[in-house]
Write a protein that binds this ligand. Structure first.
Ligand code: IPM
Ligand code: MG
Length: 375
């Protein structure tokens, strides 16, 4: 299996180093051969080649079995023209690989309940999946641009979806709901937007093909409210590109740390793109303070969804569970009674957890020499 690794910017290279070592370890334990090749992307690519997604990087992503991205973005590139900014490279990569479906699971881990800014009784038991359309909507709609100047200047973007675009993401969401708790909530703004009316009609139409799945439609403003009021009520949340961008950040905070959330972007059979939901955190880059867990969990999603390696995926997820149960925390998740560790040390504990029999660590914590304290 060939993986293209995109370390990107900020904390990207640090969390990539940890994830790479873990992938190597888990693959050798499961008898898998994994070749990992790094390629420049984002600000790192702007610095090296003058553009955020060089032709050669896109080519290597297209020919890989899966792509694993750390994070992109750095304030030093904010003043560049839009096409040259790191974010444009990410959008071009999504479009270039036709990754129309972005899956962002949010599961609240019991040992991190206290880390959420919401009350534990509100977030406990949350297990939802945001399914966000990723290559259409207002992000890519034409026409867009700016005309005129001074007080006469206008800027515009177009929010547009075709029936087929809605159908393929809706079908994906229905399939995923059938494998989960059979509840689909489609989020739109159909009381105002024509594009949302079409969205709602297409989702409604598809519902008859999935009689086992209960469908509801919710306006995006209400969804934003329900997400923090009663987040347990959600199973699969289906939504367009812009609403999904916003709601997935909101949903991420339910778990207490955005540093824990993985994502997968999938298309029609080509290589998928797997990346943490968090950004490049330039403020802590190079200080060994980054939380590598979201990228490690993204690597697990890659093994499962992109490469069909369920056992290796579960092994990585179990290692993450183990280090959290053992009380190890990077600064973003630190709580009383826990053991503060940096990015590299977290990687070492994860490697140790891969080898430790699960029961041993649960019983005594001695296999990593750790405290069992939980927040
Ligand atoms: C995300 C990010 C991107 C988006 C940015 C970096 C272009 O916020 O993946 O959610 O808006 O899609
Ligand atoms: Mg976002």
């Amino acid at each position: 299996m060939n993986i293209t690794l995109l370390p990107g910017d900020g904390i990207g290279p640090e969390i990539t180093a940890v994830t790479k070592a873990l992938l190597q370890a888990v693959c050798s334990r499961h008898g898998l051969r994994l070749a990992m090749e790094e390629a420049p992307m984002g600000g790192a690519a702007v610095a090296a080649c003058g553009e955020p997604l060089p032709e050669e990087t896109l080519r290597r992503c297209r020919t890989a079995d899966a792509v694993l991205l750390a994070a992109i973005g750095d304030p030093q590139y904010d003043r560049l023209p839009r096409w040259q900014r790191p974010e444009s490279g990410l959008l071009a990569l999504r479009a270039g690989l036709n990754l129309f479906a972005n899956l962002r699971p949010v599961k609240v881990i019991p040992s991190l309940l206290g880390a959420s800014s919401l009350k534990p009784e509100v977030v406990s038991g949350v297990d939802l999946l945001v399914v966000r359309e990723l290559t259409g909507g207002i992000y890519f709609g034409q026409p867009k641009g700016r005309i005129g100047s001074g007080a006469e200047e206008r800027a515009f973007n177009t929010m547009t979806y075709g029936a087929m675009e809605v159908d393929r993401i809706a079908a994906m969401a229905f399939r995923l709901a059938s494998q989960r708790r059979h509840q689909l909530c489609s989020v739109d703004k159909a009381n105002v937007l024509d594009v949302s009316q079409l969205w709602r009609e297409r989702v409604e139409r598809m519902a008859s093909a999935y009689p086992g799945v209960t469908v509801e439609h919710m306006y995006v403003d209400n969804a934003a409210m329900q997400l923090i009021r009663q987040p347990r009520r959600f199973d699969v949340l289906l939504t367009g590109n812009l609403f999904g961008d916003i709601l997935s950040d909101e949903a991420a905070m339910l778990s207490g740390s955005i540093g824990l959330l993985p994502s997968a972007s999938l298309g029609d059979g080509g290589p998928g793109l797997f990346e943490p939901v968090h950004g490049s955190a330039p403020d802590i880059a190079g200080q060994d303070r980054a939380n590598p867990l979201a990228m490690v969990l993204s690597a697990a999603m890659m093994l499962r969804l992109g490469l069909g390696q369920e056992d290796a995926a579960t092994a990585l997820e179990t290692a993450v569970d183990q280090v959290l149960k053992a009380g190890f925390r990077t600064p973003d998740m630190m709580a009383r009674g826990c053991v503060a560790v940096g990015c590299r040390a977290m990687g070492d504990h994860l490697l140790a957890a891969l080898d430790a029999p699960v029961e041993d660590m649960d019983a005594s914590g001695t296999s990593t020499g750790s405290s069992q304290a939980a927040p």
